[in-house]
Design a binder for this molecule. Structure first.
Ligand code: F0G
Length: 474
């Protein structure tokens, strides 16, 4: 069967509009044009021109937010001074109001995005010694790569519930038994414990406040620092409010404060719950136990920041970017915003489920994760056929972009094999998402005809999913 024929179907819904480029650039693209572009891109979704997408670019929720009117207005006030710009002080205020940290009690470093914060932190921590290990409830790919490229071992302690079918409200929890085993066994070699909220490589699942408190208690017992990868802190807090009965009556901001009170530091990509298109930060509280042993750590990171990003008061960000973050942090903790945001992802998930698509439940905060193994369970495709890559590749022909986070991105032996539908914030209407879901459902009907993805370049490169090229053929 011709590959293009696999995408020749009608859908019940049509996207509201071509939403990825300005109206001036709106073009209708044909299946054949998208096919040619997909081939040229080596069926690698990252290389496919976004201009050709049709209402459903669910590649990432990172930096893809539509700015609010308040953010656009604030941008105009962006001060592009080289040192100590107006926005910097606004941002310090926003950090104090949101995370309860200020230069009085913490080192606050600005970076252009999340991975730059990870790079700065782990480059310095990597110098502490050999055989270091960092446990996490689920390292994200760039976090793992930044840790491993500094000779540190990144260990995932996924919760047991994540692997089970049944409903569990906090599948993103740290596996406490595994964590304690590690702390006992490798006491000397663990500089810090890391919690990712929500757990992006484990289905976008939340972490409960109870679990965080227990991790904190273990960190106290073993005298370890507790850090967060806090990219989706507001979405995580919404789940705490709605699923952890003790916190039903608290406001989101009260929960956020309680969450951040527990940690000794955090990295954050502000491209997610900062509601910004660019930005990242690293915070290390002065009370952090790491600083007792490594008092130069904060200054070494400061030097790293100056060498790689710029003056500490702008840290790789324009004054305009900084202003969007200040406003974004105010909006993101509002109940109404979060209810709408998480609600939309959940309506989309329900619609996929009702069409027989095997999705991880409960749905993640920022994304719905398709279980690729189950999607192709009754076909002859094996994990080594990278069917998730074929699925994401074929969907490009319909102007829909998803992301494989499974057998190809993380290796065939990774515990999960997902295709992620990450929903950008403030961007799509539900019809856009229904269109995406309709296309996935049609592909599911055609699953027996979908060919394997054969890597023709980059199969053995690190971070291969960003770089590889494929052919789709039997
Ligand atoms: N940590 C987590 C949990 C993330 O999801 C990401 C990025 C990062 C760190 C790195 O942040 O992109 O600003 O450098 N996640 C994006 C995604 C890329 O699509 O999930 P960054």
């Amino acid at each position: 069967m011709n590959i293009v024929d696999l995408a020749k179907f009608e859908t019940d819904h049509e996207p509201r509009a071509y939403v990825n480029a300005s109206v001036r650039f709106h073009h209708e693209f044909t299946l054949e044009q998208r096919f040619k572009a997909a081939q040229k891109a080596g069926w690698n979704v990252f290389q496919f021109p976004s201009e050709m997408l049709k209402g459903g670019d669910l590649l990432s929720d990172s930096g893809t937010t539509t700015l609010t009117a308040e953010q656009m207005a604030a941008m105009v006030l962006g001060d592009e001074a080289y040192g100590s710009n107006y926005g910097y002080f606004q941002l310090l205020k926003a950090f104090k109001d949101t995370f309860c940290v200020s230069p009085d009690d913490s080192e606050i470093y600005l970076f252009h995005q999340g991975r730059a914060t990870e790079h700065a932190l782990f480059t310095q921590i990597g110098k502490f010694g050999r055989n270091l290990k960092i446990p996490n409830n689920g390292h994200f790919d760039t976090t793992r790569a930044n840790i491993e490229s500094n000779g540190i071992c990144a260990i995932d302690c996924f919760s047991e519930e994540l692997h089970k079918q049944s409903f569990a409200p906090f599948k993103g929890n740290m596996n406490l038994a595994e964590l304690e085993n590690l702390l006992k066994k490798d006491y000397e070699n663990i500089p810090l414990v890391y919690i990712t909220m929500t757990n992006n490589s484990g289905g976008g699942q939340p972490v409960s406040l109870e679990n965080m408190k227990k991790v904190r208690a273990l960190c106290n017992k073993y005298k370890k620092a507790l850090f967060y990868d806090a990219c989706r802190f507001a979405e995580n807090s919404y789940f705490i409010k709605t699923r952890e009965s003790k916190y039903n009556k608290k406001s989101i901001i009260e929960i956020v404060k309680e969450v951040f009170d527990l940690c000794d530091g955090f990295t954050i990509s502000l491209k997610k719950d900062g509601l910004a298109n660019m930005g990242g930060a690293l915070v290390i509280k002065h009370r952090c136990p790491l600083l007792k042993r490594y008092p130069n750590l904060t200054d070494d990171i400061r030097n790293h920041q100056i060498l790689t990003e710029g003056h500490p008061t702008y840290g790789g960000l324009s004054g305009r970017d900084i202003m969007t973050i200040c406003e974004g942090l105010k909006t993101v903790v509002s109940d109404a915003y979060l209810k709408n945001r998480i609600g939309q992802v959940s309506i989309f998930g329900e619609y996929l489920k009702s069409g027989g698509i095997p999705v991880l439940e409960p749905f993640g905060g920022h994304a719905v994760y398709i279980d690729t193994d189950k999607f192709f369970a009754d076909t002859s495709l094996k994990r080594s056929d990278f069917a998730g890559i074929s699925l994401t590749g074929l969907l490009l022909l319909k102007g829909v972009r998803l992301c494989e986070l499974g057998a190809f991105a993380f290796g065939e032996n990774y515990p999960h094999n997902f295709v992620r539908c990450a929903v950008p914030r403030n961007k799509y209407e539900i019809d856009d998402l229904y269109y995406v879901a309709d296309c996935i459902k049609k592909m599911h009907k055609n699953r027996h005809k979908i060919p394997p993805a054969r890597p023709v370049y980059g199969e053995n490169l690190p971070l291969r999913h960003f770089k590889a090229r494929f052919e789709l053929r039997w």
